[in-house]
Design a protein around this ligand. Structure first.
Ligand code: PEP
Ligand code: MG
Length: 574
């Protein structure tokens, strides 16, 4: 038995066997060969197994996730049947007398380069990421290094990973992936946020302490406390099975709050909305009684695809969200690509500080074709519900004006094309300190602001939100953060604008009393936090919370002091 303590990232308790998700080492050396026909045989054998494997994945993906996801694997199979590609690899082996691994990579790298340079042909460019994936699969068979396909997990497991990308997490089937444990990441890293949306218990930030866990070990994950137990004793298994039952019971009691309007004990009605990244998340949001969508992270549409989503593809998703929310307010954020959300098919140079780099609106304004496609899709969808749009990572007024300009130009074009568009409210994410400080000036340019605390905190405290080494500095209740938030909310209210929050702090049970006291108008959070937050707000008197918030911002530097103070002050109600 071994016990570990990590960062609690997604509530709930899971017990199952470990499944290690490791990035395979596909490195190889260039070798000279003497018998080309043997090498070609080896190549074709690897291609045949890859094709069989792709058929299986295609079938399973079709059953579990749907036809559009399965199409990707069909396209991969088609690449491996392309006679021109195969002939080129074959003749490289014959002419250069080199090993199959080298010939395969040389030829496919050549294709990828050419495709990436054809910037005016989107369809062709999309094929380069398919070729990259297919090359990896064939290489894995040539080198006999197994690839792990998260979509293929078909028994109940706890995933043990060094790092998890949001797209790995998106492929998990929640009925099989019962828990997640990872070395990297903090509570606000995007894979942690996604595990909350999928309601998969998760503990992160183990910094390399998971190396000893083997496939098949029994693992207990307590996503509420951050405890992970490997090969537990019988007594521990019993204890956690009981805790799991208690947790489920508490959760089912909260179901009473599903159809209630959010209301404080003195009759204030802040809105509790949900953050979503996919249509699956939307079902979770509706299931948990969201009063709106406060943040749709549209970059997940781009990340779940192997090509830039077309205008029609995006339009269909936005329209579905608006229709399913049935006139409830929906805020869709334009793509926030960059930071920890990479797009393999978009050739963006690696950066030393991606969170301070080429990201979100910065990229959108630099690649206006991609941005305009998204804006058109949003405007076309506007007539199907109650849509607001916001821009991420706005730092200067000039950026906002440029983004609004493009928005208006596309609106005019659509109206000229006789497409129905409804008025859309425009807002910004306030997540960069420069914008927060100038909130009063931004107020003249927008209809609402939404505070993105995940980024705002990392920039105020100069502490990378995914870096475990500095996670002690990631302090939502630090008075420096609280004062900044109060400043933004006050600036909104002084200018008759509503103030929203869509960072993870909005669903934080210690922060909520303070935010109610500051008069926040909308709390947007992971679906799994909605009901407990609604239950909490129902027990709070907003007038008492004003006093509490005013006191919290004047406290000394320690976050602990604020936490202890809030818990003490709200003890009778929490
Ligand atoms: C935030 O920064 O608080 C936010 C909601 O955006 P994201 O987590 O996608 O960066
Ligand atoms: Mg952000």
């Amino acid at each position: 038995m071994k016990e570990f303590k990590g960062i609690a990232a997604s509530d709930g308790i899971a017990i199952a066997s470990a499944f290690r998700l490791t990035e395979p080492d596909l490195s190889f050396k260039k070798r000279s060969i003497t018998d080309a026909s043997d090498e070609i045989k080896r190549l074709y054998a690897a291609i045949d197994v890859s094709k069989d494997e792709l058929l299986t994945i295609q079938q399973r993906t079709l059953e579990d996730l749907g036809s559009s996801e399965a199409e990707v694997f069909k396209a991969h199979g088609a690449i491996l049947s392309d006679p021109e590609l195969l002939n080129r690899i074959k003749s490289t082996i014959e002419k250069e007398k080199v090993n199959a691994e080298y010939a395969l990579t040389k030829v496919t790298d050549g294709y990828i380069k050419i495709f990436n340079s054809m910037t005016d042909n989107e369809y062709i460019r999309q094929r380069s990421s398919d070729i990259r994936d297919v090359t990896k699969r064939v290489l894995s068979h040539l080198l006999r290094v197994p690839l792990v396909d998260p979509a293929l997990i078909h028994h109940k497991v706890i995933i043990i990973a060094h790092d998890l990308t949001p797209s790995d997490t998106a492929q998990f089937v929640p009925s099989y992936v019962l828990g997640i444990v990872s070395d990297m990441g903090g509570r606000t890293s995007h894979s942690a946020i996604m595990s909350r949306s999928l309601e998969i218990p998760a503990v992160v930030g183990f910094k390399g302490r998971l190396a000893d866990i083997k496939n098949g070990d029994t693992v207990i994950v307590d996503g509420s406390t951050g405890n992970v137990i490997v090969n537990p004793t019988e007594a521990q298994t019993d204890e956690y099975t009981q805790k799991q039952a208690d947790y489920r019971q508490r959760k089912s009691k909260l179901a009473d709050f599903k159809h209630q309007m959010t209301s404080s004990s003195d009759g204030k009605h802040p809105i509790i909305a949900a953050n979503i990244g996919t249509l699956d998340d939307l079902d979770g949001a509706i299931e948990n009684g969201a009063e709106g969508i406060g943040l749709f992270r549209t970059e997940f549409l781009y990340m779940d695809s192997n090509h830039l989503p077309t205008e029609d593809e995006q339009f269909n998703v936005y329209k579905t969200v608006l229709q399913k929310m049935d006139k409830k307010p929906v805020i869709i954020r334009t793509a926030d690509i960059g930071g920890d959300k990479d797009l393999p098919y978009l050739d963006v140079p690696k950066e030393a500080n991606p969170f301070l780099g080429y990201r979100a609106i910065r990229m959108s304004l630099d690649k206006p074709d991609i941005f305009r496609t998204q804006v058109r899709a949003l405007l076309r969808a506007s007539s199907f519900g109650n849509l607001s749009v916001m821009f991420p990572m706005i730092t200067t007024i000039n950026e906002l004006k440029k983004a609004k300009n493009i928005f208006n130009q596309e609106r005019i074009k659509l109206i000229r094309e006789k497409v129905r568009v409804k008025p859309v409210k425009i807002g910004i994410m306030v997540e960069v300190p420069a914008a927060a400080i100038l909130a009063d000036q931004f107020a003249n340019e927008v209809d609402f602001m939404s505070i993105g605390t995940n980024d705002l905190i990392q920039y105020i405290m100069a502490a990378d939100r995914g870096n475990r080494m500095v996670s002690y500095l990631y302090q939502p209740y630090n008075p420096a953060v609280l004062r900044m938030i109060k400043h933004i909310i006050d600036a909104c209210h002084d200018n008759n604008l509503p103030a929203y929050m869509c960072g993870e702090m909005a669903g934080d049970q210690t922060a909520i009393p303070i935010l109610v006291g500051m008069g926040l108008n909308e709390f947007s959070m992971s679906a799994s936090s909605i009901l407990k937050s609604r239950a909490l707000i129902k027990r709070l008197d907003s007038r008492e919370m004003v006093t509490l918030a005013n006191k919290a911002v004047t406290m000394a530097s320690a976050s602990e002091e604020v936490t202890a103070f809030v818990h003490q002050a709200t003890n009778n109600v929490q």
